[in-house]
Write a protein that binds this ligand. Structure first.
Ligand code: SF4
Length: 499
């Protein structure tokens, strides 16, 4: 039993068979029954132990901050929802919930769910967690935070789910203070903006994380208008801190997954990578483990220092049996120069917005040459987007056809500087060109996903039946989507047709 219980919905507490990008599946609408989706894509870790051996990195940071604040280890439990009944009782004072997409309103979720008018797995599993019978049995405060907390800042939603307080932004100072108050029985405010945590106060994790994810930088500073404002405060962890967190993970049998908005911009606030610092990061961590992967990078960083990708690839022996390719998420967002100027000039730096489409192609060439496979995103419905802008995105996607990559289409979500004046983008707002763009992205991604599944699944440590199931799911998607894609190619909304 524990006084402070930290949990999250099931979609955040899986290792996704060691493949973090399969996590995108959680943003899909419910097409498979929940039990089958869980079995194939997000099996729970730690079936036996009550407290999670590997937890979400955000939970580990809050845990570390609580310990640094004087909490006792035995008072804190990080658990999977399946284990709540084993740690929650009348002594429990606080349930802390981490969430990324509680209502399915994120950019990928809104896109996928509005196509088929079904709830996403992220929303389904969040609902399942918040209506868990154990959460109804006892008196405690429920505090929700994490990257998707902004979706919950509505009194009716909070009341529906029995949430006492929502924290938007960083948590190591603010959430810990709120937990302290809840432990003392004080009333909590409904909504709190998390204080930005100075670098030296970001605590180091004490225990391992899922897939060995460690935060090497926080924030970004490129200032895209559709991004969350908290991204403006950019900080990089010193190498010795990273090595300490990497060791915690490696000692527990994990590899290391570097998380940053742009791993290639480690340790610089400028817009050209600091080659020496980035290479040192990889070489020093490689002394602990060969299994190094990354979460995000930017195409501008790749194109501004092509040699860096070559050197990292050599260091990590990319192309070998154990590491056949390197991947990471990177935003393309648009092929339109005028939209780059309007919304994301900083993302293009050190290049000009006018150089954006060429720079994207150049980056893909460099990545392809060194066996990197980007998971790209394209946003539909950015404010001010005309059909001509969409046409530019279509051209860019077509020009990328020979480059190994996945291109994930997203719907614009009004957050950041664009919150007030703009609405969520939905299928009813799509131009004919948006349908063509959607088709181009799906065709591109299925082509390369099938190719890479055929080439690489043999090297992946996964049950044979899961590999077969993934290949079969891709085959079925390809076949079933064919008539819909043909309609989209003509700019027709397939939702309006009888098929
Ligand atoms: S580059 Fe990415 S993380 Fe940085 S501000 Fe733009 S969208 Fe946000």
């Amino acid at each position: 039993m524990a006084k402070i219980v930290l949990t999250a919905d099931e979609t955040l507490l899986s290792g996704y068979n060691g493949h973090v990008f399969l996590g995108f599946a959680a943003c899909a609408p419910k097409l498979l029954p929940e039990w089958l989706y869980t079995k194939i894509f997000c099996p729970p870790l730690d079936k036996k132990s009550v407290r999670m051996t590997y937890a979400h990195c955000g939970q580990r940071k809050i845990e570390a901050a609580l310990l640094a604040n004087g909490c006792q280890e035995q008072d804190i439990a990080i658990v999977h929802p399946n284990k709540l009944q084993q740690v929650v009782d009348k002594q429990t004072k606080v349930i802390g919930v981490t969430t990324h997409d509680p209502l399915g309103l994120g950019p990928a979720s809104t896109m996928f769910s509005s196509l088929v008018n079904k709830e996403t797995y992220t929303a389904l599993f969040f609902k399942k967690l918040m209506t868990h019978p154990v959460l109804q049995q006892h008196q405690f405060k429920v505090i929700v935070g994490g990257a998707g907390a902004w979706q919950l800042t509505d009194d009716r939603i909070m009341a529906k789910y029995g949430i006492d307080c929502v924290v938007v932004g960083e948590g190591e100072i603010t959430a810990v203070d709120l937990i302290d108050k809840a432990m003392n029985g004080d009333t909590l405010p409904s909504f709190v903006q998390g204080e930005v945590v100075p670098l030296e106060q970001i605590p180091l994790i004490r225990y391992p994380t899922i897939n060995g994810l460690i935060e090497i930088c926080r924030g970004c500073g490129r200032g895209c208008r559709f991004c969350t404002p908290t991204m403006m405060n950019y900080r990089s962890q010193p190498l010795q801190n990273i090595l300490q967190e990497a060791k915690v993970n490696v000692d527990a049998g994990n590899g290391v997954l570097f998380h940053a908005e742009d791993v290639l911009r480690y340790h610089t606030k400028r817009f050209i990578p600091n080659e020496e610092k980035v290479l040192r990061l990889f070489t020093e961590v490689k002394k602990l483990t060969d299994r190094i992967s990354i979460s995000h990078f930017t195409h501008a960083s790749v194109a501004s220092n092509p040699n860096l990708i070559a050197q990292i690839s050599e260091e990590l022996n990319i192309g070998s049996k154990n590491h056949p390719f390197m991947s990471g998420q990177a935003g393309i967002e648009t092929g339109s120069v005028q939209l780059v100027i309007r919304h994301m000039k900083g993302k293009a730096k050190p290049f000009t917005p006018e150089e954006w489409p060429e720079m994207i192609l150049h980056s893909h060439q460099i990545l392809q040459d060194h066996l990197w496979v980007p998971v790209d995103t394209i946003i539909m419905g950015l404010p001010g987007e005309s059909s001509k802008d969409v046409q530019k995105s279509i051209e860019l996607v077509q020009n990328l056809s020979e480059f190994r990559s996945l291109i994930i289409p997203l719907f614009f979500v009004p957050i950041g500087a664009l919150t007030e004046a703009h609405r969520f983008f939905r299928t009813k707002h799509m131009y004919a060109e948006h349908w063509q763009l959607l088709s181009a992205c799906i065709r591109h991604s299925i082509k390369w996903a099938r190719t890479m599944a055929d080439e690489n699944l043999t090297a992946v440590q996964m049950n044979w039946w899961k590999k077969a199931a993934i290949k079969q799911v891709l085959r079925i998607i390809d076949r079933r989507l064919h008539p819909y894609l043909q309609m989209m190619d003509e700019g027709i909304n397939p939702q309006t047709q009888n098929t």
